[in-house]
Design a protein around this ligand. Sequence first.
Ligand SMILES: *Cc1c(COP(=O)(O)O)cnc(C)c1O
Length: 339
Amino acid sequence: MQNIDWGKLPFGYFQTDYNVRCYYRNGEWGKIEVSSSPQVSIHMAATCLHYGQQAFEGMKAYRGRDGRIRLFRWEENAKRMQRSADGILMSRVPEELFHEMVSKAVRLNEKYVPPFGHGAALYIRPLLIGTGVQVGVNPAKEYLFLVFVGPVGPYFKEGFNPVKMQIVRDYDRAAPQGTGHIKVGGNYAGSLFASERAKAEGYASVIFLEAKEKIYIDEAGPANFFGIKDNTYITPKSSSILPSITNMSLMQMAEDMGMKVERREVPVDELGSLEEAGACGTAAIISPIGRIDDRETGQSYTFGKEGEAGPWSTKLFKKLQGIQYGEEPDTHGWVSFVD
Ligand SMILES: *Cc1c(COP(=O)(O)O)cnc(C)c1O
């Protein structure tokens, strides 16, 4: 194994020793297989390649000061993957199988779980794909569920520093009654053009508006959006947003800290009155947003002191990371161990 500089890990693919796989054939899930190959061999007419039958999850394993490895709310990922499977007619991965395979992938690659103290973690990528052959548009009869892992550093190179985001109006990520609420690759395909353009124009990410009315904030690229004002944590409610487990946890924590929590439509116009803004998801946990530019209207919104994350965002970030790494009491039973 190469020497890993744990403090300088990027957020990207990292080859580890093993991945874990299971096939669904003849109406049932088979035995768990361990592979040391990063390659998957599938039929060229597999539905995942043609008709987008694929869903994924993103989780992290955190090593505490005590050396023990922790998962954060894995049941929520398992349930969400079942909703994704239901949404595009794939076979559901049973919760126990999901947990067993995630745990196994972590255990087998234990030496790649970053030591405590670098803000690094082992990223876990569960993936469900249609492997059955179809040429007409039909759901597959065979599926592959696999889990691979790799050590990662912070998602945005800025770390916990405010990023710039861009509101786009000429692209939509998902339709109001489409697949925005499930974690399927198609949503990402639909978001690539706008987000690469935003990056080329100097932004960390793009902010999509709710596609029908184009008045409300929807999704902050691959993350949920939240704003804070008057002691209130505000996050958009929409049928095309992916329900983030990080956001769900932040809402609970905000309430625990005595804040008010509002999950409702958030008009772009309201941005001007927010004291803090941020994006949240497993990859970055919280990315504070310092500035949002509206690409079409030219309107700009800034939040808090320049170059500094706001006090509530900082407090929420530290607390959530504290729970995940075992430094803060786990009052809601969100953490489980991989031993
Ligand atoms: C995965 C994802 C998120 C974040 O969800 P977490 O459960 O917090 O990791 C947010 N938005 C989109 C579009 C996603 O795919």
